[in-house]
Ligand binder design. Sequence first.
Ligand code: ARG
Length: 288
Amino acid sequence: MTVTAAFADQQAAPRPGARTPTLRNYVMCPPEHFAVEYVINPWMDPDEPVDVAVAMRQWRELKETYERLGHAVSVVPAQPGLPDMVFAANSGTVVGGRVLGSRFRAEQRAAEAEHFRRWFGENGYREIVMPARINEAEGDFAWTGGLLLAGTGFRTDPEAHAEAQEALGVPVVSLRLVDARYYHLDTALFVLEQGAHPQIAYYPEAFSPGSRRVLQRLFPDAVIADAADASCLGLNGVSDGRNVVLPLEATGLAEQLRARGYEPIHVDVSELRKSGGGPKCCTMELHG
Ligand code: ARG
């Protein structure tokens, strides 16, 4: 290589440690009918008032953050009488163009599944399986690019893990959640980098001892979050491989991510957290 070519090559190379984002397809549902009217997780308190206008503003900022990063966001219309429908992650798992719909544990959320099933049908998805077992979709399923990490303990049935493996044709790793505040896998773990060498962040205390050992074996270099990161739902993050959208209180986690070459982007989800949700809960990713 000539000196000039070597120089040009160096100029084009990303700065050391910087990571490369990949463009994502997300699905969201506006919190037009958001409310906390029932209690299905320890974050929910019907006596604490929620402000729909604030929730809408926070949701719009989240959506605009994704769009600014170049990601595509599809919107499923909100339905009256379904105050938790803003948590789109719970309504489908899509890998390689195959859709596994959801089946909610709480009767109050049951009808959400059908609205999303219809949306998939109207948006070109032909392989849609609706589960027989309780399955709260990306609330409890995280795709690493090679494995589907699957949570159980509070919502998704362990039998739904085998069902997901069969429906999606991907290997599933079952993980047991043990702390009711971290009732969905996506409140305690998220994928930072998908692919052949995936990277995750998680809060070990949310998992059973055996599941902790599984995570340690599979991801020895994982980012380990502490109690403060977890208790603001900091693990409910959304990463494109470089930019990581996080609740603004997750400062310790952000520091760790920055040290590893990620770009933390903070959003305010204070209103949505009153129902036990953060950025990831509001965001379903269409994989492949
Ligand atoms: N209130 C909702 C519930 O308890 C919050 C769901 C949050 N979604 C999530 N993916 N963690 O079902």
